[in-house]
Design a protein around this ligand. Structure first.
Ligand SMILES: *Cc1c(COP(=O)(O)O)cnc(C)c1O
Length: 395
């Protein structure tokens, strides 16, 4: 596309579209991060962000991508050589595993076929067998962004409790926080890992660890080498709203606005909006006669939809056609799904007409790229959106 006019459609499952209101909030002179104005900003965002995690516990904010928050969680809560149980639900879980192994942790893998979520029963059974409590943490990706599968975290906690096992529960919510229901305290999550560029609607660059009392207590005995990631230094400075190192001041202006937007709409309304868009997208895929990567109806992600390409057709070539013809970016298949799936992001700052345009681009792309499909996906989605629009507005 040599001379695109109008807006690019950024329909990858993160980074998501940054709304104008957040762009305006970021577009300000940077202030003194040791001065009084910053202290007030820091105190406000550190307090308010807890509501998005549904926690009363402290939230540590790093200048980093989400991957940094994975590392921070492990090196603070654990010691080298500790055994951890990690559910390999897809590419992101596999990458977290690799990071944990590089850091010297002993990772026990619970494999899946990358088409379903973490198996709570299996986790419970493994923990029940671990009578010496050698497993120190269970690691689960809440929303596996590579497959479009959302694991049921409350069930994982129930299984851990039923096994009577003391392991910490570490959950990656990088692509779920602020988009699908997550309740840190109610679900007994010990460390919640998050990032700025997905449900929080910010540019990339901030990462989060929300930390339970139990995780904080465990960190007091951690023997892992760390400095920049150390929770203690962050929490000490955070008490007055400051940071031990130069924070991403302008992203924090944006974060203040993002939290305000999420709370104004209401978290439950935000989740319902994502659920409605997820359902409309899945109806489009079904009408096209294509398969979803997620095979368990109870685990469909409302953040993104991963669509399986018919045998002999390349997802990347379809994505290229759509980018070049309609100026829309879709998510690629990652890891072992490269070329086999494409991913439609429907998260963050998003509405019915953006979804309609997105699905229209996909349907026209399928036609142009010669991918076998039935027409009528967009129509099926529009019908669902129209049928539920009035109820959605009243809710
Ligand atoms: C995006 C994502 C990551 C990686 O985050 P970065 O910001 O790229 O480091 C990890 N886990 C999940 C579930 C993600 O969606």
């Amino acid at each position: 596309m040599t001379n695109p006019s109008g807006r690019h459609f950024l329909q990858i499952p993160g980074p998501s579209n940054v709304p104008d209101r957040i762009l305006r909030a970021i577009d300000r002179p940077t202030i003194d991060h040791r001065g009084p104005e910053f202290g007030a900003l820091g105190r406000e965002v550190l307090e308010e962000i807890r509501k998005v995690f549904r926690t009363r516990h402290p939230v540590v904010i790093y200048s980093s991508s989400g991957t940094g928050a994975w590392e921070a969680a492990l090196v603070n809560a654990l010691s080298p050589g500790d055994r951890i149980l990690l559910c390999e639900t897809g590419h992101f879980a596999a990458t977290w595993r690799q990071l944990a192994e590089r850091l010297g942790f002993e990772v026990e893998i619970l494999p899946t076929d990358w088409r379903r979520g973490a198996d709570a029963e299996q986790i419970g059974a493994l923990l029940a067998e671990d009578r010496g409590a050698t497993i120190k943490a269970v690691c689960v990706v809440h929303n596996e962004t590579s497959t479009g599968v959302a694991s049921r975290i409350a069930d994982v906690r129930k299984a851990m409790d039923a096994a009577g096992h003391p392991a910490l529960l570490l959950v990656d919510t990088i692509s779920s926080l602020g988009s699908i229901d997550f309740r840190m305290d109610e679900w007994g999550v010990d460390v919640t890992i998050a990032g700025s560029q997905k449900g929080l609607m910010l540019p990339p660059g901030l990462a989060f660890n929300a930390v339970s009392d139990k995780a904080l207590a465990a960190s007091a005995h951690s023997r892992s080498t760390k400095s920049y990631w150390d929770w203690q230094d962050m929490l000490a400075a955070n008490r007055d709203g400051y940071f031990p190192y130069t924070p991403s001041t302008n992203l924090l202006f944006g974060l203040r606005e993002a939290i305000a937007m999420l709370l104004e709409e209401g978290l439950d309304a935000v989740f319902a909006r994502h659920a409605r868009h997820g359902e409309a997208t899945r109806r489009a895929v079904a009408a096209w006669g294509l398969d979803l990567q997620c095979v368990n109806p109870e685990e469909h992600s409302n953040v993104l939809t991963a669509v399986v390409m018919p045998e002999g057709h390349d997802a990347d070539s379809l994505r290229r056609t759509i980018l070049e013809t309609f100026d829309m970016s879709l998510g690629a298949g990652l890891g072992r799904l490269a070329g086999k799936v494409f991913r439609i992001g429907h998260l963050g700052s998003f509405n019915d007409l953006m979804l309609s345009g997105t699905l229209a681009g996909v349907e026209m792309g399928l036609e142009l790229a010669g991918v076998p499909h039935r027409p009528g996906g967009v129509q099926a989605a529009l019908e669902h959106l129209a049928a539920t629009a009035t109820a959605a507005r009243r809710a």
